[in-house]
Design a protein around this ligand. Structure first.
Ligand code: GLN
Length: 451
């Protein structure tokens, strides 16, 4: 049914870069066979999922939204891919994304944009717009995203779906193509809080192949999602997120959520996190710096596009020509910014200062969580904007992640879930819930209560 749905609508939506029809049917048959033999089935047996094209899939193309990796067939599965298979999930295919996960609209994909199913002339968010659009257009029941600065939560917000950035280190990064390693975090996307929780437990947990993987039990998120309640919980409203620059309808729905939380038993506290105003600036130094280092591996020698290798050129020239041809504008912008920020003479002023700001932001969170159990804010300042509107204005594009970036810098857990439609444009608004690191279960407990 889902393959038929994809065939019927994805020409318009363009959520998928690759539909693995044969692979999906083979997995489905394998689940049926297991069932017929009376074997124990995985916890998500037979549930169709859309996988962001940033995770390696053995024998199935993985492009990361880039021309540089067009046609590359990974020889191995990411840990997350392996865990999905172990859970007996059916992987329908690989979803569209901003190239190397750099963007907030999926317009930076080398393979063309994805439409927002609510209005195909608008963006589905990014970088994981393909995954969120697949959910919102009922092409998949579950999806996977990655969140470096908001790429799970912001697409969820603008498509009316649920997206969770687990605690940093909660889901393995092995086989997830690196953008900014100290920020990158894979996580679950779904249409309901409980569905997201079921997927969360299937993919989370320690992996010795990822040096920053957390070696501790996974928080009981499914139980929390089944027992949604906020009685006696202290909920902090982040003062810095709201007001000027925020769409009126977004603030209206957010304020209604605050009232709802109060009505169902939460205590609402206003919390100030003064360093959050610097988060965007710090992120756009740290993320490009790490990207400039991570993307150095694309040298046209080991894998991917190779241009100009005609026997007359040096390896350096072939590398340069291939990177020139294979990377898009935003990726080049980040590599140049990052290389500059890390260069001797500028390192302390830029990268060093950004790391100090990162510490201040982490301290703001620590202080806040001394007096509240979770923090809330709108997920994004506006609803989905028209395709093309911010394409030539990187600064306007970067503002889409204003409210999501602090959690990446601090490494804590955060969720976006739908909280109604903005009256002025009828488009979905997202509510963001933030919990301390390793307290991912609180997101689900609160999310299920207000869903
Ligand atoms: N939009 C942000 C960026 O462009 C975040 C991307 C992400 O989370 N992968 O970097």
């Amino acid at each position: 049914a889902h393959l038929a749905r994809i065939a019927a609508v994805d020409e318009k939506v363009h959520a998928f870069l690759h539909v693995d029809r044969e692979g999906a049917l083979a997995q489905a048959r394998a689940v049926d066979d297991k069932r017929a033999r009376g074997e124990k089935l995985g916890p998500l047996a037979g549930v169709p999922l859309a996988l962001k094209d940033i995770f390696t899939t053995k024998g199935v193309p993985t492009t990361v939204g880039s021309k540089l990796l067009e046609g590359w067939i990974p020889p191995y599965d990411a840990t997350l891919t392996q865990r999905l298979k172990a859970a007996d999930v059916i992987i329908l295919g690989k979803t569209n994304m901003d190239e190397f996960a750099m963007g907030s609209s999926t317009e930076n994909s080398a393979y063309g944009p994805t439409g927002n199913p609510w209005d195909l002339t608008r963006i589905p968010g990014g970088s994981g717009g393909g995954s969120s659009a697949a959910l919102a257009s009922y092409q998949a029941v579950l999806a996977i995203g990655t969140d470096t600065g908001g790429s799970i939560r912001q697409p969820a917000a603008v498509t009316g779906t649920v997206g969770v950035k687990p605690t940093y280190g909660g889901v393995s990064r092995y086989g997830m193509v690196a953008f900014s390693s100290s920020l990158d975090q894979g996580g679950p996307c779904a249409r309901t809080v409980l569905d997201a929780a079921l997927l969360h437990e299937a993919i989370a947990g320690y992996d010795p192949l990822d040096s920053t993987s957390i070696d501790a039990p996974v928080p009981s998120v499914v139980e929390a999602a089944r027992n949604g309640n906020v009685a006696g919980l202290r909920v902090g409203v982040v003062k810095e997120f709201g007001g000027e620059g925020y769409q009126a309808g977004v603030m209206q729905r957010f304020n209604e959520s605050v009232e709802l939380l109060r009505e169902i038993g939460a205590e609402i506290v206003e919390i100030s996190c003064p360093s959050f105003d610097l988060a965007l600036a710090a992120y756009y130094l740290i993320a490009p710096s790490e990207c400039s280092s991570n993307l150095a591996r694309f040298d046209a020698m080991r894998y991917g596009l190779r241009v100009g290798d005609d026997g007359t050129r040096s390896a350096e020239d072939v590398t340069a020509l291939s990177r020139e041809a294979g990377f898009g504008d935003e990726v080049k912008r980040r590599i140049m910014l990052g290389t500059y920020a890390l260069s001797s003479g500028y390192y302390d002023a830029y990268y060093g200062s950004a790391q100090k700001v990162r510490t201040l932001i982490t301290r703001d969170f620590e202080k806040a969580f001394e007096s509240v159990d979770v923090l809330i804010s709108p997920t994004t300042p506006t609803t989905a904007f028209p395709i093309g509107e911010r394409a030539d204005d990187p600064m306007a594009m970067y503002l889409a992640d204003l409210c999501t970036i602090p959690s990446n810098l601090a490494g804590n857990a955060a969720m976006s879930l739908p909280c109604g439609l903005a009256p002025e444009d009828g488009l979905p608004v997202g509510l963001q819930i933030i919990a301390p690191a390793m307290a991912d279960d609180r997101l689900y407990r609160v999310g299920a209560a207000v869903e």
